[in-house]
Design a protein around this ligand. Structure first.
Ligand code: C2O
Length: 551
């Protein structure tokens, strides 16, 4: 094991997409950001220097941060933001994980342009549980706005309206040929993957889009899924991958054995069942077979397109999600909690709050859109929760009375209740060290059934069950999978359904949990857990590093 040093300079950078140039917030002037590569067991030090006028913080999405909660990154949860001119060094060790994750800004909507891949290789003397691929290629999905995404969310929050949708989805930063921005076309706007025949490529898929789950497919090729959220899974073959914001998936792509006389589109477009306006456009890139002495230029070859499911293909999503199984091999995974100390039932979904004065709100009956867990729309404090907890300054910052069950009117799917109003507050749940937790997440459907990609910081969890309609505590647990459930950090709560997860609270600190749709997170679909120290030194959160930013 070794120590890897990175410096991330946060700087403005001019980027041209869709024939439109704008200055974006980036890592080292790159969009998407540079790769962060480490082996399992390595220590990683990332020195982040803020050269822009915005406050920033960076989250290492999916990194377990065992006893290094100070390096997790969500602003006002584990740290105060890094202010203009300040530096903070994130210091963590990659423990028991291998595969693909990603990093992203975790403050306001800065992650739209500030994100990049985290590639975790196996230890030096270890190999993959599948044949070593010929090449590995990160594929990051994103969303592009021609305007500043900060203006989009700020305007939405001030007026109570839904935010303007993005202008394009992107693959590795490029919108691709199905978007038109000029009569000349713009070939620099397209991602191209150049391959050789008869080889296996590993695509490290990352959904860094802000507000959309995406279907992804490559024309005339199938994909073998081998890993999810930096945990190996039982391989399975699929034509289409569904990936939610916050999820990462490694897939093997076996190329054709001979040079085909065609170019293949790889394309992604959203899965969406909610109401209101959304971006239903398609991002595409090219899969090109490059013959060393090819006389037919790629532009003359016919272009084949993949078939993607319809936008509201909830059935496909449900079945696809169920196919993920862990390897059930102790070498590669934690133990599935067989017993439960504490059960929670959380509803997740949209609701309303009063319209601000002088605003015209688009929510039901002129209210403002909000989102909540157990009807609580989580208010971010003005200081960081982890500091307040560690230094015992919680007075006026947070309370520990987060409801373990929802209030009645929100406890179902079906006809919306008359009262859709959420409450506001900074309420947390306290878990003693090593509590075995079972959490059922239920979509409320109050303003339309919609899938919510729920992400938990500081942990992987096991997805032990899922279903449509209301969760039935008397019937559904009988069908839980406690043998080979998939272990991950982000799971879509099915539209009009529920999902049950289990995790062992063995990582002390304050841990955020939220919908990875940025708009829902901004509306309050977020909460936090406090996990107490255990009795041994190795079970306690150490004090913060001296350069931890102050509010
Ligand atoms: Cu990738 Cu708190 O998020």
């Amino acid at each position: 094991c070794r120590t890897r040093h990175y410096t991330f300079n946060i700087v403005q950078q001019n980027v041209t997409r869709l024939c439109n140039t704008k200055s974006v917030i980036s890592v080292n002037g790159k969009f998407p950001g540079p790769r962060l590569v480490a082996r399992e067991g390595d220590q990683v030090l990332v020195r982040v220097v803020n050269h822009v006028k915005n406050n920033v913080s960076i989250h290492w999405h999916g990194i377990r941060q065992l006893r290094t909660g100070w390096a997790d990154g969500p602003a006002y949860i584990t740290q105060c933001p890094i202010q203009t001119g300040q530096t903070y060094t994130y210091n963590f060790t990659v423990t028991g994980q291998r595969g693909t994750l990603f990093y992203h800004a975790h403050i306001s909507w800065l992650r739209a342009t500030l994100h990049g891949p985290i590639i975790i290789l196996p230890r030096r003397n270890e190999s993959y549980p599948f044949k070593k691929p010929y090449k590995e290629v990160p594929i990051i999905f994103g969303e592009w706005w021609n305007v500043d995404p900060e203006a989009v969310i700020n305007q939405a929050l001030q007026t109570g309206n839904g935010p303007n949708v993005s202008d394009a989805y992107t693959i590795n930063g490029f919108p691709g040929p199905l978007y038109n921005c000029s009569s000349k076309g713009n070939s620099s706007d397209t991602f191209k993957l150049k391959v050789k025949p008869g080889k296996t490529y590993m695509l490290r898929l990352i959904n860094a889009a802000m507000n959309d789950e995406l279907f992804f497919s490559i024309a005339n090729h199938s994909l073998t899924i081998v890993e999810a959220d930096a945990v190996y899974v039982k391989p399975f073959v699929t034509r289409v991958v569904l990936i939610t914001p916050g999820q990462t998936t490694n897939v093997l792509l076996k190329t054709k054995s001979h040079y085909p006389n065609a170019t293949f589109l790889m394309a992604a477009r959203p899965y969406f069942t909610g109401q209101g306006t959304f971006d239903n456009s398609t991002v595409a890139g090219f899969l090109e077979y490059e013959h060393p002495s090819n006389h037919i230029s790629n532009t003359k070859k016919k272009v084949l397109r993949p078939n993607l499911p319809p936008i509201n293909a909830t059935g496909f999503v449900f079945n696809f999600t169920k196919k993920f199984r862990s390897l059930n091999n102790p070498k590669y995974m934690a133990n599935v909690p067989q017993t439960v100390d504490k059960q929670f039932y959380f509803t997740v979904g949209l609701g309303t709050s009063p319209c601000p004065q002088n605003a015209t709100c688009q929510g039901p009956n002129g209210t403002k859109f909000a989102a909540a867990v157990n009807n609580v729309s989580f208010a971010l404090p003005t200081t960081a929760l982890l500091q307040a907890y560690f230094f015992k300054n919680s007075n006026g910052v947070y309370t520990t009375d987060f409801p373990t069950n929802p209030p009645n009117p929100f406890n179902y799917t079906g006809t919306p209740p008359n009262n859709t109003r959420v409450s506001n507050g900074t309420h947390l749940v306290v878990l003693p060290f090593n509590t075995s937790v079972e959490l059922v997440l239920q979509d409320t459907s109050i303003l339309g059934a919609e899938s919510h990609p729920l992400h938990l910081h500081g942990y992987n969890f096991f997805v032990v069950g899922q279903g449509f309609g209301n969760y039935d505590p008397n019937k559904d647990p009988a069908n839980f999978n406690l043998v080979d459930p998939v272990e991950r950090n982000t799971i879509g709560v099915p539209a009009g359904g529920w999902v049950a997860i289990r995790f062992l609270a063995d990582n002390p600190g304050v841990w955020f949990m939220h919908c990875h749709f940025e708009v829902h997170m901004s509306w309050g679909l977020r909460m936090a857990w406090i996990v107490l120290d255990g009795p041994l030194t190795s079970q306690k959160l150490p004090p913060p590093p001296s350069d931890l930013p102050k509010c």
